[in-house]
Design a protein around this ligand. Sequence first.
Ligand SMILES: Cc1cc2nc3c(=O)[nH]c(=O)nc-3n(C[C@H](O)[C@H](O)[C@H](O)COP(=O)(O)OP(=O)(O)OC[C@H]3O[C@@H](n4cnc5c(N)ncnc54)[C@H](O)[C@@H]3O)c2cc1C
Ligand SMILES: NC(=O)c1ccc[n+]([C@@H]2O[C@H](COP(=O)([O-])OP(=O)(O)OC[C@H]3O[C@@H](n4cnc5c(N)ncnc54)[C@H](O)[C@@H]3O)[C@@H](O)[C@H]2O)c1
Length: 452
Amino acid sequence: MAEEFDAVVIGAGPGGETVASRLLAGGLRVALVERELVGGECAYWACVPSKTLLRPPEARAEAAGAAGLSTPEQHWPTLRDYRDHMIRHLDDTAQVDGYREQGATVVKATARITGRGPWRVEAGGRRLSAEHVVIATGSQAVRPPIDGLDRVETWTNREATTVREIPRRAVVIGGSAVGVELGQFLARMGSHVTLVQRGPRLLDREEPRLGELVGARLRGDGIDVRLGRQATTVRRDGADTVVELDDGSSVRTDVIVLGTGRRPRTAGLGLDAVGIEANAGGALDVDERCRVTDDGLWAVGDVTGTALFTHVAQYQARVVADTILGRPRRADYTAVPRVVFAQPEIAAVGLTTAQAGERNIDLATSELDLAASLARPWTFETEPTGTLGLLADRRRRVLVGAWAVAPLAGEWIHQAALAIRARVPLDVLLDGIAQFPTYSEAYLKAAERLDL
Ligand SMILES: Cc1cc2nc3c(=O)[nH]c(=O)nc-3n(C[C@H](O)[C@H](O)[C@H](O)COP(=O)(O)OP(=O)(O)OC[C@H]3O[C@@H](n4cnc5c(N)ncnc54)[C@H](O)[C@@H]3O)c2cc1C
Ligand SMILES: NC(=O)c1ccc[n+]([C@@H]2O[C@H](COP(=O)([O-])OP(=O)(O)OC[C@H]3O[C@@H](n4cnc5c(N)ncnc54)[C@H](O)[C@@H]3O)[C@@H](O)[C@H]2O)c1
């Protein structure tokens, strides 16, 4: 006999947890199936440990840049202990108990869909049946096809974020969010870092100018940034790993860190048995309500291949839960913030120039050097830097994009996010009053430079 539920949620990362909590609060009978740890990639091997590890080196550099302060000492074992505390020592007992107390049936096993009408799922020898199944299985690190990679010490985000000893040398492959954050962390902890990015610029989905500014900052941290390069072969030479690049050069290292993208986890889910196929990228295509099918199969988070962020997984989960609970919603991905937690923070929202071009938007852009225009950068640090870029639609007279590389940009980019999402008229922004002296003042100054 199958155990009956209103909903079975497969995967307990930020997407699955948010759906499950909301459905439980709505009075539904929920089974939550998780094969590793309740909290998912984000809580144990991604967002939480990486941001925990990045903060002390950031604070240290901030102190060094504030007048009259010396550089604080860095104590790796203490930071490592705090990281271990933040990732709950890879123990989710309290989370499992918490869901059970809320009335969920938590199954710690791999789930496989075995039938539909009603949906049937098998996990850990249990048979579950439900009107709704929500797939929230996330994504895993891509291993690029580099000859010899399997024979040397290679870290994905998992080994890098649970690092116990800082390697003396690291080659980071991939120059987007993972490569930039982990590369800067390792460099600031004393590793000699070489970052290999195959494209001509860092953070290649963002504005090219942003990539230039980030490259300069990483080089300032002593990182050897190799753009337009790929690793062709990797081999052992005594205690060293040697990474051969496609320009004929080679780099000796202790470890290779991969930041080469992620692939949705759909393999082994039993989708073919119920007539569902993942798309070419391995993701589940969903409609605007995050439905995979219209008979109760839903998907949220990285497995959908939509912007791979925790906040997007949680947003889709809210859309799904509300829709299941009888308050139908449609997902709107306008103005999702994209923050890389390097120092200074790298933040973007809305369209890039290339995306605006594809939409035939009559674009006005401006760029503001914050130190040349504002007081706050000078009260914040003795050698201030920072840049804000704005993109506006001349015809509609609204912002369509913004990006910044500056202290705290991950916080104040949200003003642009709200302005873009709410289509706040530029004339309202031009009449705005920001607190003096703040980084937020940059918006008025940059808006005044738009050639509207
Ligand atoms: C290094 C790094 C840093 C990041 N930092 C940030 C950040 O600062 N901010 C941000 O917004 N995003 C960040 N991200 C992205 C973020 O981690 C993901 O977008 C987020 O975890 C997606 O949530 P999810 O619920 O879709 O999947 P996941 O967190 O991957 O959770 C999916 C869960 O499903 C389980 N599962 C998979 N298959 C099965 C199965 N068959 N049966 C049962 N369980 C299964 C897995 O064990 C896992 O626990 C980062 C990513 C990386 C790699
Ligand atoms: N702060 C955050 O919110 C945060 C932090 C980390 C990761 N993430 C999310 O995790 C996801 C994965 O991040 P990511 O940086 O691993 O992937 P990504 O797909 O964003 O970027 C991968 C990069 O690696 C490069 N690359 C791929 N193969 C290569 C090769 N063989 N040699 C050299 N370069 C190569 C690509 O050109 C690309 O720039 C992203 O979608 C991101 O949204 C978010």
